[in-house]
Ligand binder design. Structure first.
Ligand SMILES: [Zn+2]
Length: 358
């Protein structure tokens, strides 16, 4: 990607907030590559690009069709759609279709997937409702494709943030603050907001009659979190969200990302990965001696801090990468950047390692 914008590493710690403000979390890499065409027209020579561990087959989902999507049944009349990187879901009812998220990377394939299922199950293909998981454009940016006659449902903060930041996504017509049960065509959808996590407005979508939970951008089943712990804005809230998710009754998990659905076992692995990495950064705070870095860089405090933290991140990440290679895809790509977010959270949110000058 151009200008290193998508990489929040320790040396760009100060850019983190502006990055979050400017960028929808979890950028669609293929789309970004297309948009960046000119900048990527002279790629670095392939022989200087790093090698990474192979992707475990367990991380991959079903093959996409010729149009670039897969649609499958989750349970009964609940379906999911993926382009291999992003996911949406939809519920067919006797009164029309409820769509959950509208990622622009799937775009017009959303209606194609709905048409395909509606034709084969002889139900209406008309989308009547769209539920927004959160305001990020990479998950709701194709909502406008469904026109004005659709009831859009989202958290009050989703409406506020979309109104503030994004002219292209229709605002929710129906909002809620903590809980809302939608009943459409005899089907039940429970929406709940348990506090800020990945974004201030990210909600839990529970379909109790379909044994399914949708929680986007927290656990991406089979994969390590995306850069910088999924660019989660509230790290403690994001960690708590996984535990909250586990307190619900479900068997099928829709994480909003990558090529397959998740299970409760996937959530356990994710929680263990995060827990191991937190243990690692806490050990690193104690174990890595800052003296050589400050001695080497003198009055260049940022150079000292950057190299010191890089050593802490390496200390924390190395054993976690080793433990989860072959278990979670791409741990060798993004574990260090997630360790940085967790290091900052234990330092800033928890005050871990903080010392008051005597
Ligand atoms: Zn997001």
């Amino acid at each position: 990607m151009p200008e290193g914008d998508a990489h929040v590493t320790p040396d760009s710690a100060l850019n983190r907030r502006s990055f979050l403000a400017r960028s929808a979390a979890i950028t669609a890499v293929p789309a970004a590559t297309i948009l960046a065409g000119g900048a990527l027209a002279q790629p670095a020579s392939a022989d200087v690009l790093p090698d990474y561990a192979p992707i475990p087959p367990s991380a991959l989902g079903p093959a996409l069709n010729a149009q670039g999507y897969f649609v499958g049944r989750v349970r009964r009349n609940l379906y999911w759609v993926t382009d291999g990187t992003y996911q949406a879901a939809f519920l067919t009812t006797r009164d029309g279709v409820v769509l959950f998220d509208a990622p622009p990377t799937i775009g017009n394939n959303l209606q194609r997937a709905i048409d395909q299922i509606a034709a084969s199950t002889r139900v209406s293909n008309r989308v009547t409702h769209i539920v927004y998981s959160h305001y990020h454009a990479d998950h709701v940016g194709a909502s406008s494709l469904f026109g004005r006659g659709v009831v859009r449902v989202g958290h009050v903060e989703t409406k506020r943030l979309l109104a503030r930041d994004n002219d292209a996504v229709p605002l929710p017509d129906v909002t809620f603050e903590t809980r809302r049960t939608l009943r459409v065509g005899g089907e039940r959808i429970d929406l709940a907001w348990h506090g800020a996590n990945h974004s201030p407005d990210n909600i839990l979508i529970h379909l109790p009659d379909h044994d399914t939970l949708m929680l986007v951008d927290i656990n991406l089943p089979g994969w390590a979190p995306y850069d910088s712990f999924n660019v989660n804005e509230d790290v403690p809230g994001s960690i708590a969200a996984a535990a909250t998710a586990m307190s619900y009754r479900w068997r099928h998990f829709i994480g909003g990302h990558m090529g397959r659905l998740g299970t409760r076992d996937d959530m356990v692995v994710y929680q263990q990965y995060v827990s191991d990495l937190i243990d690692g950064v806490k050990e690193a705070v104690v174990a890595v001696d800052p003296t050589p870095f400050f001695t080497r860089y003198g009055n260049n405090s940022w150079a000292a801090v950057q190299t010191y933290q890089a050593a802490q991140l390496d200390y924390a990440a190395a054993p976690v990468i080793e433990k989860y290679t072959g278990v979670l895809a791409a741990v060798d790509v993004y574990t260090a950047s997630t360790a940085f977010m967790l290091l900052e959270s234990v330092r800033l949110d928890q005050g871990f390692g903080s010392q008051i000058h005597p």
